[in-house]
Design a protein around this ligand. Structure first.
Ligand code: ATR
Length: 271
């Protein structure tokens, strides 16, 4: 019997998850399809009940539903529980299990370049949902974290949540100048650059030692990432994070390794 998967969010038109997952299904010869649903926040519960009633095997959840879907699920994995957000749902019998693969995807995407994580320093620009997933994953790898955000109260709250789990986390306001010496990993999680805007922060002290990641991948290189690269840093955009969170979701649904190469090719050709 054909299995059905989906992604729900609002807006959703630009999601590349269908292309990525369908390529994965095809590569593995699975009889499955993957749809895209635009779900308004006030219809979230009805949408969850609907997908469940229709027998969907699982789905992805994106903005703005990653936190608000939690009350409509039966169970959370430890990752979802720790982060307080869900990006993947699996139906097991009549139970809906919420999981989070954003952080794990991020870890997998940077580990080849960063090597080890433990005891290294990471600075996170932004304190929204994406920053939360990434910070908890990095804290799980025992990195030291500094959260910097335009609205400092949000950085403070995220740092406090991280510290409550035993992490080494400090916070501050997004500064007008940032000294990078001593920072092993800098992660840009805000939406600045989506429309080609230049970054409002001056970055100083760039070296080869800092890996700079911008989670945006469309445009392929934001002005922020371009500046970091021109200053000699190693850089990475967010495509691998998207790909590898998708692979982890795939593995959660099917309990086997995802065909990462085919899924990467599908993403690149969809861009
Ligand atoms: P996401 O889940 O993608 O992280 P979000 O939860 O809306 O989205 O978070 C957006 C992040 O980008 C926030 O950290 C936001 O800063 P505020 O908390 O101060 O709102 C940050 N952000 C968005 N536009 C920004 C801008 N022009 N300058 C600085 N930070 C910005």
């Amino acid at each position: 019997m054909e299995k059905y998967f989906a992604v729900m969010g609002h807006p959703i038109a630009h999601s590349l998850s269908p292309q990525m997952h369908k390529a994965g299904f095809a590569a593995m010869g699975l009889k499955a399809d993957y749809l895209r649903f635009d779900v308004q926040p006030e219809h979230l519960q009805a949408a969850v009940l609907g997908l469940n009633a229709l027998g969907f095997a699982g789905w992805n959840v994106t903005l703005p539903h990653k936190e608000t879907i939690i009350p409509f699920l039966d169970e959370l994995t430890l990752d979802a529980e720790r982060i307080g957000a869900v990006n993947t749902v699996k139906r097991v019998g009549d139970r809906l299990i919420g999981h989070n693969t954003d952080g794990g995807g991020f870890i997998r995407s940077v580990e080849a370049q960063l090597g080890s994580f433990r005891g290294k320093r990471a600075a996170i620009l932004g304190a929204g949902g994406a920053a939360r997933g990434i910070s908890f994953a990095l804290a799980g790898e025992e990195m030291k974290l500094e959260i910097l955000n335009r609205t400092p109260e949000k950085a403070q709250r995220l740092a406090a949540d991280l510290r409550a789990t035993g992490a080494d986390a400090s916070w501050g306001e997004l500064p007008s100048e940032l000294e990078l010496r001593g920072i092993d990993l800098l992660v840009q999680t805000t939406s600045i650059g989506l429309y080609g805007e230049s970054y409002p922060i001056k970055l100083r002290g760039f070296t080869q030692d800092t890996l700079v990641v911008d989670i945006i991948f469309n445009p392929w290189q934001t002005p922020f990432l371009k500046a970091a690269q021109e200053s000699g840093c190693r850089t990475l955009n967010g495509l691998d994070m998207l790909l590898l969170q998708g692979c982890l979701a795939w593995e959660f649904w099917f309990e086997k390794e995802a065909p990462v190469n085919e899924m990467r090719v599908a993403l690149l050709s969809a861009l």
